[in-house]
Write a protein that binds this ligand. Structure first.
Ligand SMILES: [Zn+2]
Length: 132
């Protein structure tokens, strides 16, 4: 996906999740992704694709839309023995439509959560005074 929002690549470039997680010398991610563990859920906050930590530590990480796996740099996914967990993303066409609607707004108003429909975003754009 060629995102127009800030995502993992915009912050970390070509560095992998393991590169970034290991840069602090703290606990590294364990091998493998736990598909049956709690999933992180992608959302857009102030023009950034992020996912909140699903383990309740209040951490959040940038989302790599090409590799939607989550490792919390705060709690290190300790609840699942440091394994990566999946990040739920909208399908690509929907993500592109969401971004197109949000790009018309000021950065501070570029927000989306999975419960919001495209109609919701169009309606909000009217409130923000941008064309839809
Ligand atoms: Zn966490």
């Amino acid at each position: 996906m060629n995102t127009r929002m800030v995502s993992w690549q915009g912050i970390h470039g070509a560095r992998t999740l393991h590169d970034v997680a290991g840069s602090t010398g703290a606990v590294m991610p364990a091998n493998g992704v736990l598909l049956k563990a709690p999933h992180a859920v992608a959302r857009i906050n102030h023009g950034r694709w992020i996912a909140d930590c699903p383990f309740g530590c209040m951490g959040a990480e940038y989302v790599d839309l090409t590799n939607p796996e989550f490792f919390c740099c705060n709690c290190r996914n300790a609840d699942v023995k440091n394994h990566l967990v999946p990040i739920d993303l909208p399908p690509i066409r929907r993500a592109n439509a969401i971004e197109s609607l949000l790009m018309r707004r000021k950065i501070v108003n570029r927000n989306w959560h999975p419960g919001e429909s495209l109609k919701d975003l169009r309606d909000e754009n009217v409130v923000y005074g941008v064309t839809t």
